[in-house]
Design a protein. Sequence first.
Length: 438
Amino acid sequence: MTIETELKFIASKQAAEVLSDTLSRWPNQHSAPQALANIYFETSDNQLRRWDMGLRIRGVNQQYEMTLKTRGQTIGGLHQRPEYNIDLSGPQLDIRLLPADIWPQGTDVEALQQQLAPLFQTDFVREKWLVSYHASEIEVAFDQGAVIAGELQTPLFEVELELKQGSRQDLMAFAFELVREGGLRPGSLSKAARGYHLAKGNPQRAIEPFPRLQVAKKLTCAQGLQEMLSQLLSSWQYHEELWLAGNREAGRSISEILLALREVFTLYGGMLPRKASGRLRELLLTLEQAMEGADPQQFCYTPLWAETQLALTHWLIEEPWKQVLEEKHRKKLDGSFKRFCDVMLGRVVAELKQTTAEFNQPSEYQDKAQRIHKQLLAVCLLGGAYPLSDVDAWLEPWWQILKKITSGQTHELAWQLRALHRQVPFWLNGNEPARSGD
């Protein structure tokens, strides 16, 4: 078994054309392009997918290899998954050659072998460079081809960075250098994920609601922070694909996610010194402001877009922010996330009531719309320890208020807001006054 650590990027045609010249800035060994044919296998009821496994046979120059990838972790464009590789004498599948202990307990391997059949394929030409970067060796692979399922196919235009030797920190640093050249965007979807979607008939993906954190009550504040940011990043990349496909509403979802990411750091302001997140917050704000009216086909391949996603991925994976923490910050981050959320919900809702307490001019509604939006997103982020039905029931009339404000329907809002200010909290300690240092 090996642990594959790689960063995936979707490349523009222009970036692909100059990739070789870009890589010449570092010592590298170039390998001539090779045609690769990959067949992915699955059962009729998607058993491997439900186990979070991917099984393929790869053929190149009449040599064949069977690969099984098991459950791993994907954050941003960084993929880390255990994989098992078995050389084959031909293109015939034989899962009995794989280690017996990789399957869930009770699996009938013989029966599973009979149920597996080709589901989709990926055919592409791969060109590789082995780059020496600082103390590490990084393989850069450029794949150009297609993912094919029956009569359906989608183009493949990827750059993958795989750590062959050295540190993950070097891999991330090298990635930052590449994305600053433009034409690359982090890719969260693997070739297999795209193939499964095609095999289902390539259904149109729907806009997803704002991500809702559901957490264990014993989570620490540091773990809650990681969960919040990871879910928001995942939602960002999901809606990015929709925005690129022409869904304008997905662009608005991304803007909301960028607003929420900045709000997370505001909520954690008492635990994270400004220097721990200052650069990332600056990138998020700049990106949010630059999104208005942008063409996704151009904007998603800009250095700003890629660097911001990569910076967030780096923040989550390498945790550089921990190096600047003082002992008082560490103690707070080790505290109860549930307790933190309860206290912060009290503060956020008190601020929400203050924001909506008095409006002397209709224009004040519009002026305060983004602040209200941020405060409602904060409630979404902090309500994860409670039933979603309770949180949504509390939020629903507020979303209606925000919708009326943004559409200019403000003539009856004053009395509606007075009623909302008397809402019963859905969280514990909802009436507790805010206390400094919590």
